[in-house]
Each structure stands twice: as C-alpha cells, then as structure tokens.
Ligand binder design. Structure first.
Ligand code: FAD
Ligand code: NAI
Length: 475
C-alpha cells in the first residue's frame, strides 16, 4: 500500500523545505519530494536557491569582492599585497563546499523534524478517497499519498529565442556560477538582478563585461534616485551597461559568441564575446507535474493559478514560491510555505507583500522595501522624503566605503513609513530595520527617536529618518 502522509510537498527549494518543516512542527506527517542531484547523483535539496542561485552566487560575490579589495581597496588601508593571484579552481570548490553544507543542513533538518524525504521527481497520478496519489520516479520508484499537497516546484531560466543554453558559450545562471576560466570578454543579456550580480563577480575577477538591456530605463523597479546612483557606481567600476537595445541575432562561433543588436539610437551593432550569460528572467517550472490529472489550473504565463492564500483550483492542493505569482525571491517562497502549513492547520498564516525586502548584492549593495518615489507620484499620494549619504557616516568612513545613501519616504500627513531605499555598504542587513518598522506601521519619527549604536552604519538609517523632518544632525 502507498505510504500515506497528511502533507506531501513537491519540491525541496526554500519554499518547499520550509513548508515541510513548518507542517511537521504543527504535528502533521510530512513527505518532501525533490529531484535535485549533486555531482554524484545523490540528493541535493535546497532547490535553485541553494544549488544554483542565492547561496553559490553570494559565495562567489564574497570571494570575488575579497579579490577585488585585495587588489585595490586594501592599499588605502596601508595593507600592501605583492604577487596577488587568483586560484579560480579553489574559489569554485569553496563555493561548492558552501552549497554542500546547505544541502546537508536541509537533510539534517528533515531528519530532526521527521520529514520523510523522497529523492526523485513527483507527479500527480489521481485523486482518491485517501488523498492525492503522487508517483515518485527516482532511485527508488514509489507512490505516496497526501491529504494535502503543496506544489513548490520553482522556476527555470528563461531562454532567449535563437540562443539555447549550451552552458559552454551561452550560459544560464547554472553555467554562470561555474565558469572554469575567467572569460576575457563576457557578454550579459539582461541588466536585472542576475545580470548585475554575475556581471560584478566576473568583472572583479578580470573580465571585460558588457551588459545589454532591452528596457530604456536602468533598474526600473528601483527608486529612480537610487538607480541613478547605482548606474554611476557600476560605470565607475567598468561595467559597461547599454540600455534600450534590441538583440537581433546570437551566433555561436568556434571560440565565442557574436551578438548583433540595434542600440538605443536604432544603429546596428555587433559584439563579440568569449562567453554570454543570458539572464532575462525566469519561467515557472511545472514540467512533468501532470497538473491536469488533478485539475490544477495554470495562468496565461504558465504559473500555477492560486488565490491570495496560495489555494489552487484543486481542493487541498496549494502552491507557493516561484511557481506562483509574485516576486521570485527565496524569502517570499519561505513565507508562503510557512503560511500555507499554518492554514492547513487551521491557523491564519499571512504574507505581507508590501513588506517583502529586495536586495541586489552588488557593490554597492542595493536594498529596498515598500514603495518608491515614482510609484507614489503616479498614485498621486502626498509624501515627504529624507536621505542621508554614507559619506557623512563615521563608520562608513572608517570602513572606507562611503558610496550611496539611505532614503526614507513617509506619508505627508501621518508620517507612516511608505518605503525605505538603501544603496551602500551592508544595505542587505540595514534594510531589516526598515522592514520591522514598516511591519509595525512605524512613522519616520519613531525611527528618528530610537537610539542607534555609534559608530555604526545603522546611524545612517536614523539620520535619513530625521531628514524626513529636515533635521538630520550630521549632514
Ligand atoms: P526552487 O528553489 O526553484 O526549488 C524548486 C525545487 O523543486 C527544485 O529543487 C526542483 O528541482 C524541484 N522540482 C521541480 N519539479 C519537481 C518535481 N516534479 N518533483 C520533484 N522535485 C521537483 N532569491 C533571493 O531571495 N535572494 C537571492 O540572493 C537570490 N539569488 C538568486 C541568484 C540566482 C542566480 C538565481 C537564479 C535566483 C536567485 N534568487 C534569489 C531567487 C531564488 O533562488 C528563488 O526565488 C527561490 O529559489 C524560489 O524557491 P522555490 O522553493 O519556489 O523554488
Ligand atoms: P530580472 O527580471 O531581474 O531581469 C531581467 C532583465 O532582462 C530585465 O531588466 C529585462 O528588461 C531584461 N530583458 C528581458 N528580455 C530581454 C531581451 N530580449 N534583451 C535584453 N534584455 C532583456 O531577471 P533575472 O536577472 O534573470 O533574475 C530572475 C529572478 O531571480 C529575479 O527577478 C529575482 O527575482 C531572482 N533573483 C534574485 C536575486 C536577489 O534577490 N538578490 C539575485 C538573482 C536573482
């Protein structure tokens, strides 16, 4: 007889594995099915995020930044390095080790929480009286049933028509994280999050990087003032970013790739590169799920259609993370996983889309939460804003990293914080204070009145909050 579970989770990325753990904490019997394989064919739970996304990219961003600092920034601190060299193989194997620690950590957490792990591909078979039958095809084929099913099958890199990923010359995020040599000339299509992060990694390691972006605006989702500052910083680092391009041809040659495109002025251009990263967004992954068998509906863009609470069209089948609408972020997937497990238990799980932070882990880092100025202007909402530059922050000066600013936007009447936008050192960490503040519907004055440690970068957050009322103390 098929093994029966209260909850079966299909997909062991940050959405799925967290949903499985939370459901187990709530007292359910839980199975999680994930098909990701490590190099030796063994299980590697953690999904895109752990294997070819958040974790390896941050490992390489850190390593490449260390290399960059050793070559440039350290000299300003009186630290001179002679004979600096790059051991790329070691850098990549360190990255792989970091990934493995995370894979192993998830397997340990499954054991600790008594989540049954099935390594293989899950697909719906049918709905029966004892729940949904799901076939697992993997090292050991079997069928299990779940009263509730959580679909957390994630996403995959979008292909550019006419430029299929070969992971040798034309790379997705996967190949971009495991190049065995630093390309002399690296082309990137798409100046989004992956393009900027991976472009930064390889530029720091020595590549001449050109990023081609279709939209005429740089980082359109980012507050305009912050995006402008970012464009300045990236240009100064030597990242060549061209906006408003129209790619008309991508041709793989013997030793590289030739790109033909129209530039913003409509002029025909050609660019020869050794390697090309295509990072033009991601598509939901429902391959092989056999969703139709149980009546799951996909929306017009191929996402599993869900309501605000992640319910699908099939009773007791839920879907979370990258495979459903909303931002494709690991922490959004995790929050949905927790909320769904709690809803199954009859609780009131909740995910607040207005307070999901965004971070781009470039240098300078870019982080924001809530609305930006251009959105508020379009809405016609009255607001006040205040900003504070890291140049005027003592800790940033001591660090030798004074690029950027913190910017607060608050409602003109109530002073409730509507958005916080940061570009600069440790923006990814500093944004957490803003998220907490917004979650508690704080005003900018609340933050301005809170004691922040000196000297710390967080004082820039307090000063930006003070600046909303035009009373920054150090600027
Ligand atoms: P996934 O992580 O994609 O996991 C889905 C899992 O399900 C995979 O293991 C997949 O193989 C498995 N699966 C699919 N179908 C089946 C099936 N039928 N049976 C069994 N298993 C199946 N987000 C951030 O928040 N911060 C970052 O810094 C960040 N960096 C990123 C960097 C890169 C290069 C990329 C590509 C993405 C990054 N992201 C980042 C996005 C983040 O990785 C995703 O938002 C997140 O992984 C989504 O989680 P998920 O659980 O929905 O899906
Ligand atoms: P993205 O949506 O961030 O950026 C894609 C870019 O490609 C856009 O600017 C788009 O205008 C451009 N584009 C699309 N088609 C094009 C074309 N034909 N020619 C030229 N440009 C084109 O997507 P990306 O960078 O692929 O990342 C996917 C997702 O992964 C992100 O949206 C994000 O949710 C997640 N991610 C998150 C990270 C983080 O949180 N730090 C890091 C990396 C990825």
């Amino acid at each position: 007889m098929a093994k029966q579970f209260d909850v079966v989770v299909i997909g062991g990325g940050p959405g799925g594995y967290i949903a499985a753990i939370r459901a187990a904490q709530l007292g359910f019997t839980v199975a999680c099915i994930d098909d990701w394989k490590n190099k030796s064919g063994g299980p590697a739970p953690g999904g895109t995020c752990t294997n070819v996304g958040c974790i390896p990219s941050k490992a390489l961003l850190q390593s490449s930044e260390n290399f960059d600092h050793a070559g440039h920034a350290f000299a300003d601190h009186g630290v001179t390095i002679k004979g600096l060299s790059l051991d790329l193989a070691k850098m990549l194997s360190r990255k792989d080790a970091v990934v493995k620690q995370n894979n192993d950590g998830i397997l340990y957490l499954f054991k600790k929480n008594k989540v049954a792990f099935f390594h293989g591909r899950g697909s719906f078979v049918s709905k029966t009286n004892s729940g949904y039958e799901i076939a697992v095809s993997g090292p050991a084929d079997e069928t299990i049933t779940g009263q509730h099913v959580i679909v957390a099958t994630g996403s995959a890199a979008r292909q550019l028509p006419g430029a299929d990923f070969d992971e040798q010359f034309i790379l997705s995020n996967d190949g971009a994280l495991s190049l065995q040599a630093v390309p002399k000339r690296l082309g990137v299509i798409g100046a989004g999050v992956i393009g900027l992060e991976m472009g930064s990694v390889w530029r720091r390691l020595g590549s001449d990087v050109t990023i081609l972006e279709a939209l005429p605006t740089f980082l359109g989702a980012v507050d305009e003032q912050i995006a402008k500052e970012a464009a300045k910083a990236f240009a100064a680092q030597g990242l060549k970013i061209q906006l408003g391009v129209n790619i008309v041809g991508v041709k793989t040659e013997k030793k590289g790739v030739t790109l033909n495109y129209a530039d913003a002025a409509g002029q025909t251009q050609s660019l020869a590169v050794d390697t090309l990263i295509v990072s033009i967004g991601r598509v939901p992954n429902t391959n092989g799920l056999n969703a139709e068998a149980v009546g799951l509906k996909l929306d017009e863009r191929g996402f599993v259609a869900v309501d605000d609470e992640c319910r699908t069209a099939a009773a007791n089948v839920w879907a979370i993370g990258d495979v459903v609408r909303g931002p494709m972020l690991a922490h959004k997937a995790e929050e949905e996983g927790v909320a769904v497990a709690e809803r199954i238990a009859g609780q009131h799980g909740h995910v607040n889309f207005n307070t999901i932070p965004w971070v781009i882990y470039t240098s300078p880092e870019i982080a924001w939460v809530g609305q930006n100025e251009q959105q508020l202007k379009a809405e016609g909402r009255a607001y006040r804003s205040g900003s504070f530059p890291f140049m005027a922050n003592g800790r940033a000066r001591a660090l030798g990293d004074t690029t950027g600013m913190v910017k607060f936007i608050a409602d003109a009447k109530t002073d409730e914080i509507l958005g916080v936008h940061i570009i600069g050192p440790s923006a990814s960490e500093l944004i957490a204070e803003a998220v907490v503040a917004m979650e508690f519907r704080a005003s900018s004055e609340d933050i301005a009145r809170i004691c922040h440690a000196h000297p710390s970068l967080s004082e820039a957050v307090k000063e930006a909050a003070l600046a909303v009322d035009k009373r920054a103390l150090n600027f």
